[in-house]
Structure formats: structure tokens, C-alpha cells
Design a binder for this molecule. Structure first.
Ligand SMILES: [Zn+2]
Length: 114
């Protein structure tokens, strides 16, 4: 199960950071590309299951899906590719290269302040 593996990596990364700061993590934001086959619910469920009885228990996961990026071969512009209408946002050209999908990233961890 893909999400379980992702959840385990996240838990390890967040626990590391929490130990370094000696603080309880209460939230985390991750982002990943659109093509990254991740199911938000399955990931949150997996994370909840493995974080029980760890400092990451009750942590809120927030997952942001980033759109695909294209690079226009005409005007060299980077833009978000709309799947329904794939064309350059600047010059309207349909001649562009798809850039690699964004990797899964841990963007931010929120810690309890008290
Ligand atoms: Zn263009």
C-alpha cells in the first residue's frame, strides 16, 4: 500500500524534527504533484494509524496537490497546465513541454507553542 509507505516516511521526518525542537507537532503541510497517485483520505488514515502513541498523535495533515507545469517552447514561459485546455498562459501556444511532476514534499510542520 503506497500511502502507508508515504505515511511512514512522513512520520519519521516529523518525529525527527519534533525531537530536535523538543516540541509537539500539531500539524503538517505536504505537497505533491498532480500525477502523484496519492489518496488524501487513505494517507490521513494511514498516518493516524501509525502515529498512535507517538508524539505525532492527533497531528493534522494537510495535503496540497500542485498542478502540472508546462514550459512554452515559443515564449519560454513556465505556466500551470490546465488539463481541460492545455496551452501557454502567456502567448496561448499549444506548443509546450511538460515539466516533471512535483515530488512529494514536506512543506511545513506546525508545533505547539505552549
Ligand atoms: Zn508561450
Amino acid at each position: 500500500m503506497h500511502e502507508m509507505m508515504v505515511a511512514e516516511n512522513l512520520l519519521a521526518a516529523i518525529s525527527d524534527e519534533a525531537a530536535k525542537r523538543d516540541a509537539k507537532p500539531i500539524g503538517a503541510k505536504i505537497s505533491c504533484g498532480m500525477l502523484y497517485a496519492i489518496n488524501d483520505e487513505a494517507l490521513c488514515f494511514a498516518f493516524e494509524a501509525i502515529s498512535q502513541d507517538t508524539p505525532c498523535e492527533d497531528l493534522k495533515l494537510q495535503i496540497e496537490h500542485k498542478s502540472l507545469q508546462g514550459l512554452c517552447t515559443k515564449c519560454n514561459q513556465n505556466f500551470d497546465v490546465e488539463l481541460s485546455q492545455p496551452r501557454c498562459s502567456k502567448c496561448g501556444s499549444e506548443d509546450f513541454k511538460l515539466l516533471p511532476d512535483a515530488p512529494l514534499m514536506l512543506e511545513e510542520i506546525e508545533f505547539q507553542t505552549e
